[in-house]
Design a protein around this ligand. Structure first.
Ligand SMILES: CC(C)(COP(=O)(O)OP(=O)(O)OC[C@H]1O[C@@H](n2cnc3c(N)ncnc32)[C@H](O)[C@@H]1OP(=O)(O)O)[C@@H](O)C(=O)NCCC(=O)NCCS
Length: 128
């Protein structure tokens, strides 16, 4: 999963995924999508806070398998895991290029564009 995240989400931006950053993810929910014996997709979820807000991050599907519904399946799976844990809302930080993907899944833009990991992002959210 870390290799896929590095390949899709960090190396193209000239960034690293450090041991310190990975250590900070210990309590998060790590979802992997397998295809032909290899990890083909990743998604991490931060458990709901006291107000019921959970967060999705590190969404990535192998380039050769994109456009087949795998990303959507991962997000749906995360939602079905988070709801019984008390989530009533999911938020995420969407790359500008992925806003359309999240819109297809019912997420709405909730604020202005900002820069994160060197590229434009928008805050998005969905009420469950
Ligand atoms: C964004 C990403 C996760 C989408 O995964 P995917 O498996 O290709 O998406 P799906 O095939 O499940 O697409 C679901 C729907 O969203 C649409 N969609 C997918 N990517 C889209 C995009 N970038 N913009 C607009 N719509 C998009 C699909 O056409 C599909 O629509 P449909 O239901 O009408 O058929 C994938 O392209 C990816 O890993 N990109 C590189 C890393 C990245 O940008 N991650 C997001 C960080 S916030």
């Amino acid at each position: 999963m870390v290799a896929l995240r590095r390949r899709l989400l960090r190396t193209p931006l000239g960034l690293l995924l450090t041991q310190t950053q990975l250590e900070a993810e210990r309590d998060q929910i790590h979802l992997a999508l397998w295809h032909d014996g290899a990890v083909a997709g990743t998604l991490l979820a931060i458990r709901p806070d006291a107000g019921g807000t959970a967060k999705l991050r590190q969404m990535a599907v192998s380039a050769s398998l994109q456009g087949r519904g795998l990303g959507a399946a991962l997000v749906h799976h995360a939602e079905t895991i988070l709801q019984p844990l008390g989530a009533n809302r999911i938020v995420l930080s969407a790359r500008e290029t992925a806003v359309g993907f999240y819109r297809r899944l019912g997420y709405r833009v909730t604020g202005e564009t900002y820069i994160e990991v060197t590229i434009p992002h928008l805050p998005m959210g969905k009420i469950l």
